[in-house]
Each structure stands twice: as structure tokens, then as C-alpha cells.
Design a protein around this ligand. Structure first.
Ligand code: 3PG
Length: 205
């Protein structure tokens, strides 16, 4: 699987902040039951690495990746734990090198035209647009599609059920990501049925 195929697995990439590794497997199963086939676990909590291990071992039908990769060491550790793709909020060269060295699909973050061009020089055309809402929203991506129609984006940062369709309407946006699709209170109380219901709403977009 390459980054393009990853983006085409579904219109939504749920971004999850996992507080308790025990929740990883039921969470992944709930998203899968709602029709989602990908899941980005952010490395913002100590539970994230254990979560990657459990999901990759016990729920192989969902493609689990690691997000919030901000150091080269995290890229290696995440893949060792089972991450099948890597997502970063930015794309400095050292970090990008470390992510690419892992041999899994990567979605490096960009927020400006020059950052997009720098990553294009590395041969990547599938990128994360972050922070999407704060960084210009659909209008920014629409403007970029003029000079760069072949570059595809997974916008994240401020994506909600209300603005998701505005992004997915763009020819350069196969999927969008966000944490609001797996609201923390639902996960905290283990409301897997509600999570499946929300996943089904967005996965049918
Ligand atoms: C990310 O890490 O991709 C973003 O923080 C997700 O942004 P959101 O929390 O606004 O969805």
C-alpha cells in the first residue's frame, strides 16, 4: 500500500488520542464496525505505543497508523510497535527522512505553498494539510489545486461533521482527518455503540 491507496481507504481518517491502552482494541473494532478502515493513533499519550501493538495484533482488518510524529526516534518506534503508516504535523527534512526510512506510507504535514513544494521535491504527492481550518480551510486547498492539481491532501485540524463535506468536495481531497469523529468522552466511557454510529455517519460520505 502506498500513501495514495491509504487515502482512498475511506473518506475519513479518525485521529485518536488514546488514554488507556485497554481501550485500543474495542475502539478499533467499533470504528471498523462503522465502516472505517483506517485509524491514526496519536503519539500524545503514553498509551499510544501499546495501543499500536494491540490493534495491529488483534484488529488486523483496520489499518492502524501513528500520528503526531515529531521526532525521528518516534517514527522508528511507532513502526516497531505496529504502525502501518506515519503522519506528522510538519515536514522538516530530518523528520521526513526518518519517516521515509521506515518504508511505510507517510503523510507529512504542510501548511504553506513552499512547504508543499519542498515535500514535492522529495517525490511525495500525498500530504496532510495541517492545521486545516486555522490554515485557510477549503479555500486554501482550492487555490492550490490551480498550480498543483496532482497534489492530494488529507486535511486535519478543526474538521467536524459540519465542514467535512466542504473538504471532500474538492478534487484534491480524497479523505479528511480529525479527532472529533471519535470524541474523547465517548471513548473514555467506552460507548462503543455510539462510536460505531458516528463512524457509520462519516464513512458513508
Ligand atoms: C491532528 O493531529 O491531526 C490534529 O490535531 C487533529 O485535529 P483536530 O483535533 O482538530 O481534529
Amino acid at each position: 500500500m502506498d500513501a495514495g491507496e491509504l487515502m482512498e481507504l475511506g473518506p475519513v481518517l479518525p485521529v485518536v488520542v488514546l488514554e488507556d491502552a485497554e481501550q485500543a482494541v474495542p475502539l478499533a473494532k467499533a470504528l471498523l464496525a462503522g465502516g472505517l478502515r483506517t485509524l491514526e493513533l496519536t503519539l500524545r499519550t503514553p498509551a499510544a505505543f501499546a495501543g499500536l501493538e494491540r490493534i495491529s495484533a488483534e484488529v488486523p482488518d483496520i489499518v492502524v497508523g501513528a500520528g503526531t510524529i515529531v521526532t525521528p526516534a518516534q517514527a522508528e518506534r511507532a513502526v516497531a510497535a505496529g504502525a502501518r503508516f506515519l503522519v506528522s504535523p510538519g515536514s522538516p527534512p530530518t523528520l521526513l527522512n526518518a519517516m521515509l526510512a521506515e518504508g511505510v506510507p507517510v503523510l507529512p504535514g504542510v501548511a504553506t505553498v513552499s512547504e508543499v513544494l519542498a515535500v514535492l521535491e522529495r517525490g511525495l504527492t500525498e500530504l496532510k494539510f495541517f492545521p486545516a481550518e486555522a490554515g485557510g480551510g477549503p479555500a486554501f486547498l482550492r487555490a492550490l489545486a490551480g498550480p498543483l492539481p496532482h497534489v492530494r491532501f488529507c486535511p486535519t485540524g478543526g474538521i467536524t461533521a459540519a465542514n467535512l463535506a466542504d473538504y471532500l468536495a474538492l478534487s484534491t481531497v480524497p479523505c479528511a482527518g480529525g479527532s472529533r469523529l471519535t470524541p474523547a468522552p465517548l471513548v473514555a466511557r467506552g460507548d462503543w455503540a455510539e462510536l460505531t454510529r458516528l463512524a457509520a455517519l462519516v464513512s458513508s460520505h
